[in-house]
Design a protein around this ligand. Structure first.
Ligand SMILES: NC(=O)c1ccc[n+]([C@@H]2O[C@H](COP(=O)([O-])OP(=O)(O)OC[C@H]3O[C@@H](n4cnc5c(N)ncnc54)[C@H](O)[C@@H]3O)[C@@H](O)[C@H]2O)c1
Length: 419
């Protein structure tokens, strides 16, 4: 079996952590048990490009239990948990190509290794696998039936491909499931981003001014958690509705240029480019900490900061690069601007990935069953899957809810009864 991981000796620790994550993933566990019995993915070649974490390992085992012949590669050069990658190779015989800190060239070599597998199904996070396939590996297209996409940025890219007529097979947008973005993006990114900032810097959050770019699903989660830890939170937005929500949720809202001189910590999670740009770095306080939790590191204009700096950045802690400006101010960039929650911490807690990856597993099964009826565009996760996952999660949490009575059903379906 071909693979590329950092060190197979790390496998025992990876297995322990993978098992620890499994405790918090009851919905995925139930799906795995059914998959084991029914083998809905029997003989299906799958190439998955995901953050290689303990939770992804549980998804990989679920797909394998369903009969899939799976190859897993990293969806970000800095997010791989090397012990998990080793465990998947050593104990589960899943070929993994992922090394934390791999350079761009290796990252793309790994994507090509995934495509050498000639997948029937692709499972992507950020759409690098799908775009590489469409741009450079078109000979693989003939085997592909369909795919799934995990994150907001990937869905945006795939919709752009579809609208330009460039997408050649159907994709289910897992991110659009309510049981994904309402929980993973908000509570997962909220908690794990603050975890990443704290692990990277060990700074006290209470009393700091934290500037958060965006008030979407991820960024509102981060704003909520930063506020809860005692930060004075400023939100920046470009969407009037989101900005209004942020104001009514009690946050100060202003343009980034006004926030730049005020912030102690800056966190972007917008999916946009150069959200923190040269002119923002120019007016920041010395000592400012800047990081990103959006999919790509382009949210921060690090090349501009590097040009402004008087010397090469100094690595002052494992995930902290210090840039010194001509007037002596020092700006600290965390995790090279890559997703700080995955690079400097462990990514989302398992309990939230339980739902995201339940959506992945069930969407893969759905795609296989329905690909013939689907067009070459991006589809929402069917509502039945969303509802089923919410129900299973509540059951696993021991939470019961009310059920509509016959009278209530009739009332809600009627229009005659009024005042
Ligand atoms: N770190 C993680 O683990 C993780 C998890 C899920 C999603 N993501 C990624 O995070 C990013 C955001 O995802 P989301 O689901 O919150 O998207 P979203 O669309 O819900 O929110 C993005 C928000 O950013 C705002 N925005 C865009 N450009 C801006 C700018 N220049 N300044 C200020 N605000 C701006 C938009 O108006 C929107 O409200 C995406 O790249 C997504 O792929 C990361």
């Amino acid at each position: 079996m071909d693979f590329h991981v950092k060190d197979l000796d790390l496998a025992p620790s990876g297995r322990l952590r993978l098992e620890w994550a499994e405790r918090e993933m009851p919905v995925l566990r139930q799906i795995r048990e059914r998959f084991e019995a029914e083998k809905p993915l029997k003989g299906v070649r799958m190439s998955a490009c995901l953050h290689v974490t303990t939770e992804t390992a549980n998804l990989a085992c679920t797909l394998q239990a369903g009969g899939a012949d799976l190859v897993l590669v990293a969806s970000n050069p800095l997010s791989t948990q090397d012990d998990v990658a080793a465990a998947l190779v050593s104990y589960y015989e899943i070929p993994v190509y992922a090394v934390k800190g791999e350079d761009n060239e290796t990252y793309y070599e790994h994507l090509h290794a995934a495509l050498d597998h000639r997948p029937h199904l692709t499972m992507d996070d950020g759409a690098d696998l799908v775009s590489t396939l469409h741009k450079n590996r078109r000979e693989v297209l003939g085997d592909v039936i369909g795919g799934t996409e995990e994150t907001t940025t990937g869905v945006i890219r795939l919709r752009a491909m579809a609208s330009q007529g460039a997408l050649e097979y159907p994709i289910v947008a897992v991110n659009d499931a309510l049981t994904k973005h309402l929980f993973d993006n908000r509570y997962g990114t909220g908690q794990s981003t603050m975890d990443g900032v704290i692990r990277a810097t060990n700074v006290l959050i209470a009393g700091k001014t934290v500037v958060i770019a965006g008030y979407g699903w991820c960024s509102r989660g981060i704003a909520m958690r930063a506020k809860g830890m005692g930060a004075n939170v400023i939100v920046t937005e470009i969407d009037p509705l989101k900005a209004l929500e942020a104001v009514m949720d009690g946050f100060r809202v202003m343009p980034m240029l006004d926030a730049a001189p005020l912030g102690d910590i800056f966190i972007t999670s917008t999916g946009d480019i150069n959200v923190i740009d040269r002119h923002h770095f120019e007016v920041m306080k010395g000592g400012a900490i800047v990081c990103n939790s959006g999919h790509f590191n382009v949210e921060l204009n690090i090349p501009a900061l590097a040009e402004m700096a008087v010397s090469e950045p100094r690595r002052v802690r494992p995930f902290v690069q210090e840039y010194t400006l001509p007037d002596g101010r020092r700006i600290h960039i965390l995790a090279e601007g890559r997703l700080v929650n995955l690079a400097a911490a462990e990514g989302h807690p398992s309990a939230v990935m339980d739902m995201s990856f339940a959506n992945q597993a069930l969407s893969a099964e759905y795609m296989l069953a329905h690909a013939d009826d689907l067009e070459q565009r991006v589809y929402a996760v069917p509502e039945e899957i969303d509802q089923a996952i919410a129900k299973l999660k509540l059951e696993a949490m021991g939470v019961t809810i009310d059920v509509l009575t016959e009278e209530q059903k009739r009332y809600l379906a009627s229009w005659e009864e009024g005042t």
